[in-house]
Design a binder for this molecule. Structure first.
Ligand code: HMG
Length: 391
């Protein structure tokens, strides 16, 4: 029965790209006041993938430290959530499974619903662990956020992967029932199969997100969820970090609370450090918010954290988790700092070159230039097949 076994996030690790574009370079190029980026949307820099990086290389790099620490004996399922899929049929998770050397007696699948996919993956994983608490599930959320050059969305690009080991008696976060759920058929953001970059109605997407926050919270409370003041912090999906502030302000307003800015900063501030420098990582974003909170906050042992996952189109979920006493011994703060600091800054011209990179579609042999230094790389395309290699 759900509820008898504590189930949740046992380990959490993220990886990002080789390159980074500071927002100052983008502002210099397009003549935007840097205040709009640093203060208006709350972004400092964005991760930029090299030609030999993609959701598979990032996903495997995020998960490898988890496998190194825990082994794979209990992992029977890998769920990869993404909206930057590389194949219409084969799950990117199968490539990750292979790069990590996981056993063949594993089920692997890919999930999609814009930025919400990883939360669906987490909830599916929790269900599997309740069915057999001896099993663990590897959830990988990996995405590259890409908009057209010179479009309003350009400043909210980014890339990262978050990997989570989901199991019983978790070391980091016990995930609670109930969840508040919300789905609405809206065209706020989408990416047709023939497009590389997403299409978005920016202001509509903000309105749709805010409505989803209000509706998930309503469903959450109607199902007996905790009161607002029971939460120490709130991790929101962060397409840009100021969106988390807008969302929390909206939630407080809808609950009839004052929107005290100091109180909002206290509830949100520690969740934004990673997203502010990585940019939008779509499915991974809310879990980077959680990593940022756990890595950066004072002791949260026993405290309750709210998570709000939003995926355009749109599906949203609000749920709560309790931080497990002793969690600090299991964090990866130094590794996360290293993933951010190791990125090489690029200028606008180089960023543009990488943005415009695409593979020919003729099925020929197309090796990629070896320009990254991470543990895995996309070596090229051969006969329409993606070829990966481990360093
Ligand atoms: P924009 O129209 O270029 O910017 O696009 P703006 O004019 O709205 O300005 C942004 C903010 O900067 C405003 O603050 C300005 O006042 C402020 P606000 O009024 O909103 O609080 N500002 C300044 N502040 C200080 N100094 C200055 C200055 N100038 C302006 N000099 C937009 C912004 C976010 C719409 C655009 O970047 C965009 O389209 N982004 C992509 C869509 C997006 O991120 N939507 C978020 C909600 S949808 C979502 O989260 C799902 C998503 O992740 C996809 C998925 O689910 O898969 C996107």
């Amino acid at each position: 029965m759900a509820g008898e076994t504590a189930v949740g996030i046992h380990d959490l690790s993220f990886a990002t790209t080789e390159f980074v574009l500071p927002h100052t370079a983008l502002a210099d190029h397009n003549g935007t006041d840097i205040g709009k980026y640093h203060l208006g949307i709350g972004q400092r820099s964005m991760s930029v993938p090299g030609a030999d990086e993609d959701i598979v290389t990032m996903g495997a790099a995020a998960a490898a430290p988890i496998i190194a620490r825990h082994g794979f004996d209990r992992i029977r399922t890998v769920v990869l959530a993404t909206e930057s899929s590389i194949d219409q049929a084969k799950s990117a998770g199968v490539y990750v499974h292979s790069l990590l050397g996981l056993p063949s007696a594993t089920r692997v699948v890919e999930l999609k619903q814009a930025c919400y996919g990883a939360t669906a993956a987490l909830q599916f994983a929790i269900g599997l662990v309740h069915r057999d608490p001896a099993q663990q599930v590897l959830v990988v959320a990996s995405d590259i956020s890409k908009y057209d050059l010179e479009s309003p969305g350009e400043a909210t690009q980014g890339a990262a992967a978050a990997a989570m080991l989901v199991g019983s008696d978790p070391a980091l976060l016990r995930v609670e029932e109930p969840s508040g759920l919300f789905t609405a058929d809206v065209m706020d953001f989408w990416r047709p199969n023939y497009r590389d970059a997403a299409l978005v109605d920016g202001q509509e997407s903000i309105t749709a997100y805010l409505q989803a926050v209000e509706c998930t919270w309503k469903d959450y409370t109607e199902r007996g969820g905790r009161a607002l003041d029971a939460f120490s912090a709130f991790c929101y999906h962060q397409p840009f970090t100021k969106m988390a502030y807008k969302a929390h302000r909206g939630l407080l307003n809808s609950c009839g609370y004052d929107t005290d800015e100091a109180e909002i900063a206290r509830a949100i501030g520690r969740t934004t450090a990673y997203n502010a420098v990585l940019g939008n990582s779509y499915t991974a974003s809310v879990y980077l918010g959680l990593a940022s909170l756990l890595d950066g906050a004072d002791d949260l042992a026993g405290q309750c954290v709210g998570l709000l996952s939003y995926g355009s189109g749109s599906v949203a979920e609000f749920f709560a988790g309790t931080v497990v006493p002793g969690y600090r011994d299991h964090l990866r703060t130094a590794g996360h700092r290293e993933a951010i600091d190791r990125r090489k800054p690029v200028d606008y011209a180089r960023y543009r070159e990488l943005h415009e990179h695409s593979f020919p579609t003729d099925g020929g042999d197309h090796p990629t230039p070896s320009e990254t230094t991470g543990p895995f790389r996309l070596a090229g395309l051969r006969g329409h097949k993606r070829v990966y290699e481990e360093r």
